[in-house]
Write a protein that binds this ligand. Sequence first.
Ligand code: COA
Length: 220
Amino acid sequence: MAEEIIVIGAGGFGRETLDVIAAINAAAPEPVWHVLGVVDDAPAEIQAERLRDREIRLLGGVDASRALFERAYYVVGIGAPDTRARIAERVEAWGARPATLLHPAATIGTRVTISAGSVVCGGVQISTNVRLGRHTHINPAAIVGHDSTLSDFVSVNPGAIISGEVAVGGGALVGAGAIVLQGLAIGAGAIVGAGACVTKTVEPGTVVVGIPARAKEKHS
Ligand SMILES: CC(C)(COP(=O)(O)OP(=O)(O)OC[C@H]1O[C@@H](n2cnc3c(N)ncnc32)[C@H](O)[C@@H]1OP(=O)(O)O)[C@@H](O)C(=O)NCCC(=O)NCCS
């Protein structure tokens, strides 16, 4: 019997998460997941239209869907780590159960731990002895090197490369195509800009960009 699942977030990553679910179902002898629909507090009309186009139901806002969260699994398909954390903590307080979704075209090494709520997309490569915390998002074609640890609510955007022995703090985001060199730490809540090359430890809560990555000046 397929398990019921709700995807939170009608935006781009929410719909990519639906694709991951579809790929998991297609690769299994029997469907693993039955998608009840998408929950979103304020979906843009264009996103609602994109869901209608693929015949996915928009179920309404998070609070209005509480009864569904009490019976179905859920996954937060929202790229921004802080928003994802806020919503996951809200529904987990109701006892909702997070699903862990691994695209069948992701390559996962040995001794890898992936915690509940995480989404690993197609084309991802995760090396050996890697730990992913709760609700991590590893976007298409990202690479996570050996012996790295990603804490809860980390996002690794498309094509980013986390080298070996890297520690990424909770809620940090590594932008598309960025490279983090081996052995470094990315502090909690930090943002590594798209295309950056990180050569030094990144302090918590800071934004770094460029090659080599440097703290981004704050604009007034
Ligand atoms: C670094 C980042 C967080 C900055 O966001 P922001 O504060 O909104 O930045 P802005 O777009 O206002 O740009 C401010 C300045 O930073 C520069 N800048 C923005 N992102 C940059 C990046 N990744 N590398 C270098 N410079 C960057 C802009 O060119 C601009 O420069 P200027 O003031 O000289 O014109 C963001 O641009 C980024 O790279 N996020 C990751 C996005 C990503 O991975 N997207 C893929 C999603 S699937």
